[in-house]
Design a protein around this ligand. Structure first.
Ligand code: ARG
Length: 587
C-alpha cells in the first residue's frame, strides 16, 4: 500500500506536468513526494484522496476542474501498473486501488522477514539517552514512563532504518548519594541486601530514607554528607570503597527491573566518569568570548538576548556544574560515535536546562548542536494524588508491577481461563507489562497523565490486554488450522477472493503497518503506533466476528482468509514488540 501510494503520487505529478505543458504554464511543478494524500472520510469514496485545493492557483484552475483534467490523464498509467483507478469527486481526485493486486502484495510482504520495516531513517545514526536514574534508590513510576518511551522509540527508529545507540546516564555522584552512604554507616552494621532479604536498590533506598532519621538525631548530618562528598572527590579509598559497594547493589536491583520490563542499553555512561568533562571547553569558550568572568572568578554565559537569562558554567572555585558536564558529555559522545541525532528523554522540568545546553553548544561552534533534541515528557500521577519524586509517597516500580500482575492473575481466574493460558503467573506478568506499557505510550509524551491501574488492565477498550487478547485470537485460529481443523486445508489461496468490502477494510489496516512505523519514527511519537495497534485490534475483532475463516463453506476463501490472519498476527506481533507490549499466543 505504501508502494502504491508512492506510485500514485508519481503518476499524479506526471499528469500535472503534462497538464501544465498543455496550458503553457512555466512554473515549477510540485515534486511527487510533496503531493498530499488523505484517507477519504468514507470507504465508498475510495482508498486514497488527493485534494486539489493546494494547486488551484498554480494552474489558474478551479480544484474540481483540475481533478477532472488529471483523472483522465492518470487512467492508462494506473491500469498499466495495476494501481486501480481514479475519479474526480468535487475538488478531490479519489483513487480506488486494485484490490486483488494490493492483497497479493500485502500477503507477500507480510510473510517476509522484513515486514514493517521502512527506510525513512536509513543511514542515520541516532543516539538516545533515557532512564538515567539516581543510584540511591529504586525506580519509580516516572522512570517506567521514561524507560518505555526511550525503548519504544529506539525500537521504532531502528525499524525505520536508523542505527541506534541506547545510553543510560545514571547520576551516581553527589550529595544525595553521600546521604544514603552516611545513613548506612550509621545504621547498616555492615549488612548486605541478602542479609535483609531486599533487592539491592530497595536496600539502598531504605538507607536514603533513613537519612531523615539521622538528620533528626544528628543536626550535623547535612554537613557530614557534604564532607563525605569532598572526600569522595579527593579520592579517599574508604569512601570510594563503600560508594562502589552500594552502587553495585543499587545497579543490580535496577538492572533486574530493566530485565523484567524488557529495557536494555548499549552503554552506561555514569556521571562519576563524566562530571569533570566540559571544563576545558568552557575555558576555551571564555577565550573566544562565548562566556564571561564575574569579579568573584565564576564563569557565566549571557543568554538574555534570546530570553534565557544568565547561567553559571564554572563556580568561583573552578568546579563544574550539571550543565558543564552535559557540554562535555555531548561533545565526547559525538566524538566517539558521530550521531545524526541525539535524543535526551528527560522530564519536562528540565526544559530550560536543555535549551541552555543546546544554545551554548551552538555558540561554541558545534554545527551538530542543531541535531540535539530534548524529548520532554510529563509527570505521571496515580488517581490517588500527585506522585512525589523525593521523600513521601513514591510509587515504586517493582511494587506497582507486582500489584498489576496480581490483579491480572485474579482476572484470569475470575474469567476461568487458567486452562487456556497455561502458566497463570507467567501470563499475568505479561498482561501486567502489556497493560502498563500500552497505557503509558498511548498518551503523547509531552502531556502529564494519570495512570489508572484498574483501567489499564481492562480486557476491553483501548488497553494493552485488549490488544493482547485480539493477538491471541489470531494465533488461536492459526493453531487450530495447524492442528488439522477447518476447511482451509482443502483450498488454495487466491488474493482476488479478498476484494469484498469486509475483507478489504482489514487488508488496508494490516497494510498500513509500515506507514505507522514511519509516522511514529519521524514524529518521535510512540502514540502513533499505539493508535495503530488499537485500530488493528478493533478492525480484526469486527472482521473475525462477521467473517468465518476455518469454518467457511468455500475452501479457497478459507485458505485465503487464513493468509490474512497470518499477516494480521505478524503485524500484531511486531507492533506490540515496538511498544514493549508482550505478545501472547493464548490468553
Ligand atoms: N539524572 C538526571 C535526573 O534524574 C537526568 C539526567 C538527564 N540527562 C542529561 N544528560 N542531563 O534528573
Amino acid at each position: 500500500m505504501v508502494q502504491s501510494k508512492k506510485a500514485w503520487k508519481r503518476i499524479i505529478a506526471d499528469a500535472m506536468a503534462a497538464y501544465a505543458r498543455e496550458k503553457g504554464i512555466e512554473a515549477a511543478m510540485p515534486a511527487a513526494e510533496h503531493i498530499v494524500a488523505e484517507r477519504p472520510p468514507r470507504p465508498d469514496l475510495g482508498d486514497l484522496g488527493f485534494p486539489m485545493f493546494p494547486y488551484a492557483k498554480l494552474f489558474r484552475t478551479a480544484p474540481a476542474q483540475l481533478a477532472g483534467a488529471l483523472a483522465s490523464k492518470v487512467q492508462s498509467p494506473a491500469r498499466a501498473g495495476r494501481l486501480g483507478e481514479a475519479s474526480a469527486e468535487g475538488p478531490y481526485l479519489n483513487v480506488r486501488l486494485d484490490r486483488a493486486a494490493e492483497v497479493a502484495s500485502l500477503l507477500a510482504a507480510a510473510s517476509a522477514e522484513s515486514w514493517g520495516r521502512v527506510d525513512s531513517l536509513a543511514g542515520k545514526k541516532v543516539m538516545i539517552e533515557f532512564s538515567s536514574p539516581n543510584t540511591n534508590k529504586p525506580l519509580h513510576l516516572g522512570h517506567l514512563r521514561n524507560d518505555v518511551i526511550g525503548e519504544s522509540l529506539a525500537r521504532t527508529m531502528a525499524a525505520a532504518g536508523a542505527s541506534l545507540r541506547k545510553i543510560n546516564h545514571p547520576n551516581d555522584r553527589g550529595v544525595h548519594i553521600c546521604k544514603s552512604m552516611l545513613a548506612y554507616m550509621a545504621y547498616g552494621e555492615g549488612r548486605t541486601p541478602k542479609d535483609e532479604g531486599l533487592k539491592g536498590d530497595h536496600f539502598v533506598g531504605k538507607y536514603y530514607v533513613l537519612f531523615n532519621t539521622l538528620k533528626a538525631e544528628r543536626p550535623s548530618a547535612e554537613e557530614e554528607a557534604q564532607e563525605l562528598l569532598r572526600k569522595w572527590e579527593a579520592g579517599d579509598a574508604d569512601v570510594l570503597e563503600l560508594w562502589g559497594r552500594m552502587k553495585t547493589w543499587v545497579l543490580e536491583g535496577i538492572r533486574a527491573t530493566y530485565r523484567r520490563t524488557g529495557i536494555d542499553f548499549d552503554l552506561y555512561d555514569f556521571e562519576s566518569e563524566t562530571y569533570q568533562l566540559g571544563k576545558d571547553e568552557v575555558v576555551k569558550g571564555l577565550e573566544r568570548g562565548v562566556f564571561y568572568r564575574e569579579e568573584d572568578g565564576s564563569v557565566w554565559a549571557n543568554l538574555e538576548d534570546i530570553g534565557l537569562d544568565r547561567k553559571v558554567f564554572l563556580r568561583k572555585d573552578g568546579t563544574s556544574l550539571y550543565i558543564t558536564q552535559d557540554i562535555g558529555t555531548a561533545i565526547s559522545r559525538h566524538g566517539n560515535w558521530p550521531y545524526d541525532r541525539l535524543i535526551y528523554v528527560v522530564g519536562n522540568e528540565q526544559q530550560y536546562h536543555f535549551k541552555v545546553l543546546f544554545e551554548t553548544l551552538k555558540r561554541l561552534g558545534f554545527e551538530w548542536a542543531s541535531d540535539l533534541h530534548h524529548l520532554a515528557y510529563g509527570m505521571v500521577n496515580l488517581p490517588s494524588g500527585r506522585m512525589k519524586t523525593r521523600e513521601g509517597t513514591v510509587v515504586d516500580a517493582d511494587d506497582l508491577i507486582d500489584e498489576l500482575a496480581l490483579l491480572a492473575a485474579k482476572e484470569i481466574e475470575e474469567k476461568g481461563r487458567e486452562d487456556a493460558v497455561g502458566d497463570v503467573d507467567a501470563v499475568a506478568e505479561k498482561v501486567a507489562l502489556g497493560a502498563l506499557h500500552y497505557y503509558l505510550l498511548q498518551t503523547s509524551p509531552v502531556k502529564d497523565m494519570l495512570y489508572d491501574p484498574e483501567q489499564s488492565l481492562s480486557f476491553t477498550g483501548d488497553t494493552g490486554p485488549y490488544i493482547q487478547y485480539m493477538g491471541a485470537r489470531a494465533s488461536s485460529i492459526l493453531r487450530k488450522h495447524e492442528a488439522g481443523e477447518g476447511r482451509a486445508h482443502a483450498g488454495a489461496a487466491d488474493p482476488a477472493l479478498l476484494s469484498g468490502d469486509a475483507d478489504w477494510e482489514l487488508v488496508k489496516r494490516v497494510a498500513a503497518f509500515p506507514e505507522a512505523i514511519e509516522g511514529a519514527a519521524l514524529s518521535m511519537e510512540p502514540s502513533v503506533l499505539a493508535n495503530y495497534l488499537h485500530d488493528l485490534a478493533a478492525d480484526f475483532a469486527t472482521w473475525y466476528r462477521d467473517n468465518p475463516v476455518l469454518t467457511n463453506a468455500d475452501a479457497d476463501l478459507a485458505a485465503t482468509r487464513l493468509e490474512l490472519v497470518r499477516a494480521t498476527k505478524r503485524s500484531f506481533e511486531r507492533a506490540a514488540y515496538l511498544l514493549c507490549v508482550p505478545f501472547l499466543e493464548s490468553m
